[in-house]
Design a protein around this ligand. Structure first.
Ligand code: SF4
Ligand code: SF4
Length: 282
C-alpha cells in the first residue's frame, strides 16, 4: 500500500498529518515515511531519528568533448529544454535545465556529448523508535526536484517493498506532486475550509482526476472559514475522511517540533479516523 499525502498549497498541515499518521499506524504495522518535499524537507523536525544510511543522488548530464565536435549544431536543435546551446565556436550545457533525456548525447554524430553523473542531492534513511523515515534533500541551487523524488521512492521501494508507505508530497499541483502521487494507491488531499483552501483544493482535485487517482480529503483547522469546502466535496462526491478541529494547542506543539496525537485527544481521534479509512482501502 502506497499512500500519498498532498495539498494544493503549502502550510495546510500536510507534514503534521503525515508524521502523526506514520507514528500512529506504526503501532500495529511496518511503516515507511518518505519526505518527498525535497526542496524543503521538514518531517525530520518532528521525529527523533538516528541516521542509518546516506546516498549521494546524481542526475546524468551531457559533458561536451570539444576535440571530436564538428560544431554541426544538431545538439542545440535536439534539446526541448534549452539546456544545451550550440554557438558557432563552442557548445554550452546548462545542467540545471537538463532533464537527462539523453537525446543530445545519443543523436550527436561524433559522440561528443557523453552523459556524466552530477550530484544534485542526497537520500537519507533514518530509524525512529517505531518506523523508518527516508528523506530526499536537494542541494542548494538545484532546481530539478522530480528526479530526486523518483529516486527517493525507488530507494524506499527497493529496500522495503512489503511495507506500508506514506509519501509526504511537495505542495502544489505541478510535476513534483505528480511524481509523488503517480504510483500511489490512494492520495489524501489536505485542505482548510477557507476560500484559498477551496481554490487550491479544486486545482489539486483536477490534477488527481487527470492522473486517475483514488483520493479523499482531510479538512484541517476545521472551524475557521466557511462550509464551501464541504459543499464542494459533497457536490463532487469526494469523501471527507476527517475534519481536524482548529486548535491553538496543535500549533503550539507544532512549533515545538512535537507529534500532536499523544497530547490532544480530538487530534488523536482524527488521526484514528484517517488510519481506519486507510486500513479499509482495498
Ligand atoms: S551534435 Fe555533437 S558534433 Fe554536433 S555540435 Fe553538438 S556536440 Fe558537436
Ligand atoms: S540530455 Fe536532454 S535535456 Fe539534457 S541537455 Fe541533452 S537533450 Fe537537453
Amino acid at each position: 500500500m502506497k499512500l500519498t499525502i498532498a495539498s494544493g498549497k503549502g502550510g495546510t498541515g500536510k507534514t503534521t498529518v503525515s508524521t502523526n499518521l506514520a507514528s500512529y499506524l506504526s503501532q500495529n504495522r511496518d511503516v515507511i515515511l518518505c519526505d518527498l518535499d525535497v526542496e524543503e524537507p521538514n518531517s525530520k523536525l518532528f521525529l527523533k531519528t538516528a541516521l542509518k544510511n546516506e546516498e549521494i543522488f546524481n542526475k546524468m548530464v551531457p559533458s561536451w568533448v570539444s576535440e571530436d565536435c564538428t560544431l554541426c549544431g544538431e545538439c542545440g536543435k535536439n534539446c526541448n529544454f534549452n539546456a544545451i546551446i550550440a554557438l558557432p565556436s563552442e557548445i554550452l550545457v546548462y545542467p540545471e535545465l537538463c532533464h537527462s533525456c539523453y537525446a543530445c548525447s545519443e543523436l550527436c554524430p561524433t559522440g561528443s556529448l557523453p552523459m556524466k553523473p552530477q550530484k544534485i542531492g542526497v537520500i537519507r534513511e533514518y530509524e525512529t523508535k517505531k518506523f523508518i523515515f527516508i528523506e530526499g534533500r536537494l542541494d542548494l541551487g538545484q532546481e530539478m526536484a522530480v528526479p530526486l523524488i523518483g529516486g527517493t521512492i525507488k530507494y524506499a521501494e527497493e529496500k522495503f517493498k512489503d511495507s506500508f508507505m506514506i509519501f509526504d508530497a511537495p505542495p502544489g499541483t505541478s510535476c513534483p506532486v505528480i511524481e509523488a502521487s503517480k504510483d500511489s494507491d490512494f492520495v489524501i488531499l489536505i485542505t482548510e475550509s477557507t476560500p484559498f483552501g477551496l481554490n487550491d483544493l479544486v486545482l489539486a482535485v483536477e490534477t488527481m482526476r487527470v492522473l486517475k487517482k483514488n483520493f479523499g480529503v482531510v479538512i484541517n483547522r476545521h472551524g475557521i472559514g466557511d462550509d464551501r469546502v464541504e459543499e464542494y466535496c459533497k457536490k463532487e462526491n469526494i469523501p471527507v475522511i476527517s475534519k481536524i478541529k482548529n486548535d491553538k494547542e496543535v500549533a503550539t506543539l507544532y512549533s515545538k517540533g512535537e507529534l500532536v496525537y499523544p497530547h490532544i485527544e480530538h487530534f488523536k481521534n482524527s488521526i484514528k479516523e484517517i488510519a481506519n479509512f486507510v486500513e479499509g482501502i482495498k
